[in-house]
Design a protein around this ligand. Structure first.
Ligand code: F6R
Length: 327
C-alpha cells in the first residue's frame, strides 16, 4: 500500500543518476523480486523502447557482454549469491556496471570498484519494493538517453495508481476470496492465463502467490500456449482448474486468445476469474495488475492463516547457495 510513496521517492531523484556511453543493450541481472524489475523493463523496451533489454536470472553472464553493454545489477538485499557472482563477472568484463540495492555486499562492491550505485529504501520485502527499484532505473535510463518512460509519464502513472488503489483493493479482495474457495477449498490447480506482452505480469502474479500465499501456480501464455500446452489439456491428470485470466481490454486479439483458452479449460471442471487491466499505457497496466495481484496474494495468505512475509524455503536455499556454487 505504500507504492505511491515509493514512486514519489524515485521521482524526487529523477535526473540525479545518469551514465555516459553508447550502449547496444541493457542487461538486468537479478533474482526473484529484484529480477522481475528486469522483466518489466524488458516489456517496456519491447513495446516502446529503442534499446533491447535482456534479463539474466543466473550467476552466468551471456557471452555477448562487452564494453557496449550496460549492466544493471539489481538485488534488494544486496546479498544474493547469483547476482553477486554475475556482478563480479561483469566487473571483470569491460561492460558499464550500475548497481541497485538497499545496502548489502552489492553496495560495498560498488563503492570498492567506483561503480554508480542507486540506493533504494531499506526495511521492506524485496518483492514489495518493486516500484522503488523499477522507477529508479526508469529515471536512470531516461537521464542517460535510453528512455523507456519519461518523467512526465512516470508522474502520470503515480497519479493513476493513487486514483485506482481503492479499486485495486476491491478487485484483490474478490480474487483472494475466489482463490481461497476454489484452489484451497476445492483443491483445484491454480493457473494464471494471459496473452503477450503481459507474460511478465503473469510471472509476477505467480511469484506473489508463491511467496505470499505459499501456493504452486501454473502460468499459461497465449499465443505460445496454443502450440504446445494446449495438447496437455487433451488428457490431463488434474482435471479441476481455477484460472485467473489477465486481459488487456484494448488488445482485441489478446482478449480473444484468452477467450479461446477458456473454451479449452472449460472442457474440464474449470472455474475462471477475469482480471481486466486498467491503465492508459503498458506501464500503468503493469503497475495496476501488480498491485491487484500483490494485494490479493497477501489477503489470501491472511485467509489461510499464513504469514505472507515469511519465505522459509528461500532462506533455506540461500543458506545452501554458497555450498552449491562453491568451487
Ligand atoms: C523476497 C523475494 C525474493 C528475493 C530473491 C532475491 O521478498 O521477493 O524473490 O527477491 O530471493 O533477493 P534480493 O532481491 O534481495 O536480491
Amino acid at each position: 500500500m505504500n507504492w505511491p510513496k515509493q514512486i514519489k521517492g524515485a521521482l524526487e531523484s529523477w535526473g540525479k543518476y545518469r551514465v555516459e556511453g553508447l550502449f547496444n543493450e541493457v542487461l538486468v541481472v537479478g533474482m526473484g523480486g529484484s529480477g522481475i524489475v528486469g522483466d518489466y523493463l524488458q516489456v517496456l523496451s519491447l513495446t516502446r523502447g529503442s534499446i533491447p533489454v535482456y534479463t539474466v536470472k543466473s550467476h552466468i553472464l551471456p557471452s555477448f557482454v562487452d564494453e557496449n553493454t550496460l549492466i544493471l545489477a539489481v538485488s534488494y538485499s544486496g546479498n544474493t549469491h547469483e547476482t553477486l557472482s554475475a556482478l563480479r563477472k561483469a566487473i571483470a568484463s569491460r561492460a558499464k556496471v550500475v548497481t541497485v540495492s538497499s545496502g548489502g555486499i552489492l553496495e560495498n562492491e560498488a563503492l570498492k570498484h567506483k561503480l554508480l550505485h542507486i540506493p533504494v529504501p531499506s526495511g521492506l520485502q524485496p518483492r514489495a519494493s518493486l516500484p522503488a527499484m523499477l522507477y529508479s532505473i526508469l529515471g536512470l535510463l531516461d537521464s542517460s538517453g535510453y528512455s523507456l518512460v519519461t518523467g512526465k509519464e512516470a508522474y502520470e502513472s503515480l497519479k493513476f495508481l493513487e486514483a485506482n488503489t481503492e479499486h485495486a483493493e476491491l478487485v484483490a479482495g474478490e480474487i483472494a476470496k475466489w482463490v481461497y474457495e476454489k484452489v484451497i477449498g476445492e483443491e483445484r490447480l491454480f493457473v494464471i492465463a494471459t496473452h503477450t506482452p503481459l507474460d511478465s505480469l503473469a510471472l509476477r502474479g505467480k511469484n506473489e502467490f508463491n511467496e505470499n500465499s505459499k501456493l504452486i501456480v501454473n502460468v499459461d501464455i497465449a499465443p505460445e500456449w496454443m502450440h504446445n500446452s494446449i495438447v496437455g489439456y487433451e488428457h490431463p491428470v488434474t482435471r479441476r482448474f481455477f484460472t485467473l485470466e489477465i486481459v488487456d481490454p484494448e488488445d482485441e486479439a489478446g482478449f480473444k486468445l484468452v477467450e479461446f483458452m477458456e473454451k479449452i479449460y472449460s472442457q474440464h471442471d474449470a472455474v475462471a476469474y477475469k482480471l481486466t487491466l486498467r491503465g492508459g499505457n503498458i506501464l500503468e497496466k503493469l503497475m495496476y495488475g501488480s498491485l491487484v495481484l500483490g494485494l490479493s496474494s497477501v489477503m489470501l495468505a491472511e485467509l489461510r492463516g499464513l504469514n505472507p512475509a515469511e519465505t522459509k524455503n528461500i532462506t533455506l536455499y540461500k543458506q545452501e547457495a554458497s555450498k552449491i556454487f562453491h568451487k
